[in-house]
Design a protein around this ligand. Sequence first.
Ligand code: AHG
Ligand code: MN
Ligand code: MN
Ligand code: MN
Length: 333
Amino acid sequence: SPNEELRTDIVTLTSHIIAQQQLSPKPATGDLSLLLSAIGSACKWISNVVRKAELLKVIGATGVTNVQAETVQKLDILSNEIFINLLKGTGRAAVLVSEENEEAIFIDTPRGHYCVVFDPLDGSSNIDCGVSVGTIFGIYELRDRSSKPSVKDVLRPGTEMVAAGYCMYGSSTIMMLTSGQGVDGFTLDPNTGEFLLTHKQVKLGKKKIYSINEGNAHAFDDAVKEYLHSVKFPPAVNGKVPAYSARYVGSMVADVHRTLLYGGIFMYPTGKLRILYECFPMSFLMEQAGGKSSTGRIRMLDVVPDNLHARAGIFLGTTEEVEKVEALYRKMD
Ligand code: AHG
Ligand code: MN
Ligand code: MN
Ligand code: MN
């Protein structure tokens, strides 16, 4: 193939967003496009800081615990401030919900018609050992522009999100994004600082992979134990054992990114993951890529969170595998 630098079919995140804006069902104001561009800028800056963390002495913990009762890493705070400042700067967001802020942030701005929920740095316990981390986000439109924004604008089912995505700071910096017309992926070109379209209309791969922290097995429901047994000791089909691979990174963004591209099932049954800014965005992407996401009992996107940091058990990935778990829950409940 021609030298990459000579490529002329360049689609940047910005040009892609504008193209998608033309497809949007109702006349687009460009506000969502502006928000998504700002999210892109925030992820570029977070990527920049994460990659130099050790050098900038911003590695390690702050000694503070957050509303999640987790030890907050210095990069959790930096990423959170970068995200909040860049989103505030657009003047298009009325409500911000962050993993790192106990309360929602309300911004009084005349053209603030959107709510952004986000996990500024996912997998942060992995930073000190250099494992991939990421940022996760989801966007709702205000329910109605005439009434004062409130938490009621974000305590809504994931089906009402208008866009969602993540950025993974891994061997390369990749953003996966959906606004309801499929999933597209962008790779950050460090030389130009552009996110270039590299994964068009992503559909789940077909590899047999299961991904779960087995250290929590003592707390798994019987349905999960039975499912795990079935993938570890799969019955032979025509004399061949359809073996599965076990893969677990411990950063949701990395485990979900692999699941999106390779296929398989990612599970966190014991309710650690937060519904609004971890489960919903990843579930929206999975469904748009032809997969499924469930609490084990109901479709994840149908859940209505009862508080900003509500958690849920989650099973997402290849439809066939997620449906096996759901069938086992039905059988065992
Ligand atoms: P965060 O770093 O944003 O708090 O999220 C951590 C989450 C998620 O990234 C990952 O899937 C999960 O924690 C891993 O939990 P275990 O370490 O218990 O496996
Ligand atoms: Mn955390
Ligand atoms: Mn997280
Ligand atoms: Mn986080």
